[in-house]
Design a protein around this ligand. Structure first.
Ligand code: BGC
Length: 349
């Protein structure tokens, strides 16, 4: 009798244990989601910028702050003015004083790798904004498709000038965007070069994207080629403008097609004047709004659906790349004016 009772109670215990296990397991393995720990109004974004040199970066800063305020999160912005040491120092300070997510536009793609590690040590995720940080475990890269920018520049220029001498004025060697753009340009030019239709007679980076450097390079390009230059592709509108000044000194502004990017007001005005043929419009509204939305997701530990990955030398970085829009004399109204990027009166005054 006792034996039967013991056996029966043993079975009851086992059944109870089995019945209890799943619930207990769920309790054990499911920590409270991080989203419950962070309220949106407690989130602080650190936005580390390289420069405010070009028009666009003012827009980036202002629209980013506006979008953050609209979303109800706090934001601290630092600007390094092209100084790597300063950018590292400013970012370290933000990390140690307490931010929940870091958004960074690196001046130097390589130098900011250490900061990504520092942020991760502090449990802070990093979003590479517009420019990719190289050789670091960046959590997300949000930009315009820089290779596509190069492809679109070269496609438009080869349609205008299918044969002749090309000058390529790249961006800053330290900015990975400049490399991606160059890759795109030469992908398109290659068959023309191979056929002997196009010769790239000058090909240089522009240190720190400084327009004066681009102007000096353009002067040299004209001198060493006895002014036999048929097309110029520049990394951005500021360097395109500098190249046009050098062309103007030889009365060539307007007769040699020039491509840039950014849809800077000065660039769009030159398109209207006829000294520049092409720029690339990248809506900074879209970029900054998207960046704030994604930064909040990163801070809250939410999943992000990336479009693709881009290798940064260390990992395949989850990336979201927005499409650039080529702008020439035919579509200024439908693009930059329609979007409110520039006002019609400012362009045509
Ligand atoms: C950006 C351009 C900008 C350039 C110089 C690049 O990384 O993509 O829009 O003109 O930097 O600041």
């Amino acid at each position: 009798m006792n034996k039967r009772f013991l056996l029966l109670s043993g079975w009851v215990m086992i059944i109870l244990l089995i019945a209890c296990t799943p619930d207990e397991k769920i309790k054990e393995v499911t920590p409270p989601p991080e989203t419950e720990l962070k309220r949106i109004e407690d989130i602080k974004i650190g936005f580390s910028m390289d420069t405010l040199q070009e028009d666009r970066w003012f827009k980036d800063r202002n629209l980013f702050v506006e979008a953050a305020e609209k979303a109800g999160v706090k934001v601290e912005v630092t600007v390094a003015n092209g100084d790597d040491v300063k950018q590292v120092w400013q970012t370290e300070k933000m990390i140690s004083e307490g931010i929940d997510v870091l958004v960074v536009v690196p001046h130097n793609a390589e130098s900011m790798a250490a900061i990504v590690e520092r942020a991760h040590d502090a449990g802070i995720k990093v979003l590479s904004y517009d420019r990719l940080v190289r050789n670091a475990e960046v959590d997300l890269y949000l930009s315009y498709d820089n290779e596509k920018i190069g492809i679109l520049q070269a496609t438009a220029m080869t349609a205008l000038v299918p044969k002749g001498n090309y000058v390529y004025l790249g961006g800053a060697d330290t900015d990975y965007n400049a490399h991606l753009m160059k890759q795109g340009v030469f992908k398109v030019l290659k068959p023309y070069i191979d056929r002997g239709d196009i010769t790239v007679v000058f090909n240089q980076w522009t240190k720190d994207w400084v327009p004066e450097v681009a102007k000096t390079n353009m002067k040299t390009a004209l001198e060493v080629n006895n002014q036999q230059v048929d097309a110029v592709i520049a990394g951005n509108d500021a360097t395109a403008g500098a190249a046009i000044e050098a062309l103007a000194a030889h009365n060539l502004a307007g007769s040699v097609p020039v491509a840039g990017q950014d849809a800077d007001l000065a660039g769009v005005k030159r398109i209207v004047e006829g000294t520049q043929n092409l720029t690339m419009y990248k809506s900074i509204d879209d970029l900054s709004e998207r960046a704030v939305e994604l930064a909040i997701k990163l801070a809250m530990g939410e999943e992000i659906q990336e479009d693709r990955t881009i290798n940064n030398g260390k990992i395949n970085v989850p990336s979201i790349l927005l499409p650039p829009v080529p702008v020439n004399l035919t579509n200024i109204k439908e693009t930059v004016i329609a979007d409110g990027f520039h006002e019609e009166k400012d362009i045509y005054q």
